[in-house]
Design a protein around this ligand. Sequence first.
Ligand SMILES: Cc1ncc(COP(=O)(O)O)c(C=O)c1O
Length: 391
Amino acid sequence: MVEHVTENHGVGGSIPPLGTISDLTTPALVLDRSRLEANASRMRAKVQSLGVMLRPHVKTSKSIDVLHVLAGVDAGPITVSTLAEARYFFAHGVTDILYAVGVAAVKLPEIAELIRSGCKLRVILDTVEAAKAVRAFVEAEQVPIEVLIEIDSDGHRAGVAPNDLLLIEIGRSLGPSLVGVMTHAGASYDCRTTAEFEAMAEQERSLTVQAAERLRTAGHPCPIVSVGSTPTVHYSCGFDGVTEVRAGVYAFGDLVQSELGTCTTDDIAIGVLASVIGHNRQHDRVLIDAGFLALSRDRGTAALPIDWGYGAVCDPVSSEIIQDLTVSSTNQEHGIVTARSGEIDFDRFPVGSRVKILPNHACATAAAYDRYFVTEGGEQIVAVWDRVNGW
Ligand SMILES: Cc1ncc(COP(=O)(O)O)c(C=O)c1O
């Protein structure tokens, strides 16, 4: 059994070997560092070619070691989705943090504490109520909280429409706390063709730039224009007027991303190692010890051309997908593997053997784990990296 270590144990040096994935108890989250590095450099090349700054969203990995691969050792600006991530990354030396979930007033004291400790932590909001709460807090506590107004660029989730009068009212309510606008075009996940993705990326960009211009015209300085999702950044043809882009899931890739064309299944960097725990020959099922708590309930590929059930079944070492198989259903701790063709070759999966399951949605699957067992694509574990969960 591999001991829990929270720091990076590189190969070589005087640190004893960490064993192999055969030593791991299951389920366990395995991260292929070579794939992560390749995904990271592809994204860096893309944003460099378009001349815009990348603010990776770390909600996918929630790991300082992963961030170092994404952004280099002096990790630059990041996006977070929880204050637990903000605290963790700040404790690891990251100071430029955008907390990109509409801020609840109850969190302002904790946000102020981070800011007073030297963290440049910015927040987002899209209501007058929240803007007034932040302004009142800033004035009462004399703490400078900087705010981006969330823009609705796709009708998908949150934000103010760029042409809504509300935008200016929120700007007015914020006063000097206003520093920019941001959006996340989650509707990019509904695009299917390159033309649709490119049009969505352009819509995300142009509507957010338009919102910034309206605020400026109304006399409110708006230096930051922040946009992004993995699909819109991947398919974007230009970021005129944008100061930074945010993408997160590109770091690991997943089955959804492979179907959206932002990566291939050979780029997917994480998988859940599971043990075969039973053979149900009557119903042609192999049972594994990874159910919905280990794989997540995410069924993101259900509406995509290839429905991978709860995940794609792979060889545990080569990560080669066994195309005929999926985890077709799950209970809490059981995964049920079936064959699309109907018949399973039980001899290929003896009880006690291992499989690796590639996730539909990397962020959701990784959320069940507190560490990554890192490999270079083979059996050897070269490091154990921690991650932060909770809120
Ligand atoms: C506000 C915000 N920004 C950026 C992202 C990153 O997008 P993706 O997961 O497509 O990389 C997300 C993801 O949910 C998000 O909510």
